[in-house]
Ligand binder design. Sequence first.
Ligand code: HEM
Length: 155
Amino acid sequence: MLKSTLVVLHIITAAAWFGLGLRLAGRARKVLDLGGEAGVALAADGQDSVRQMNIFVVLTLVFSLGAFVAGGHFAAYGPLYHTSVTLIVLLAADQLFVIRPGWNALQAAVEGGDVAAEAADSARKKVAIGTGMGHLLWLVMLVLMLWNQYLAAYL
Ligand code: HEM
């Protein structure tokens, strides 16, 4: 019961992180294209999404490691799940140390009216690279989750 609850919860929070991140790189570009008051407003709106992503990535980390431990941890699960333990830590680090500071820098740039500055563009790139890498890690974890039961049969 505990394990299945944690499994459902980690899927929901992982999906929320994934969905919230889908438009982030596009919004970062739009913030710089618009500049001015509209850019500032859009950057603030994006900041709300980034905060939610921070929460959802931490919840995914907690729930997924909880499901892993409740399901029998290293003794019960093989290398695919061991790899996922590492990848979720990397995903959380990507969110908290790449995407979050990237968006903070972007917001500071547009609020300071520096949308054409090199720092603004490098903040935008940081957000784009962070979300791209994060989505890739996420998809790899999904494949690892589904490998034994669903995907291995096709090979
Ligand atoms: C963020 C990416 C992740 C996604 C999208 C995801 C998705 C899923 C899905 C769809 C299932 C159900 C699979 C099935 O019933 O065959 C599942 C199960 C599970 N996941 Fe994840 N997961 C993710 C990350 C993780 C991580 C990092 C761990 C920690 C090792 C983890 C631990 C587990 C466990 C223990 C189960 C139950 C497996 C079992 O005993 O049947 N997940 N996950």
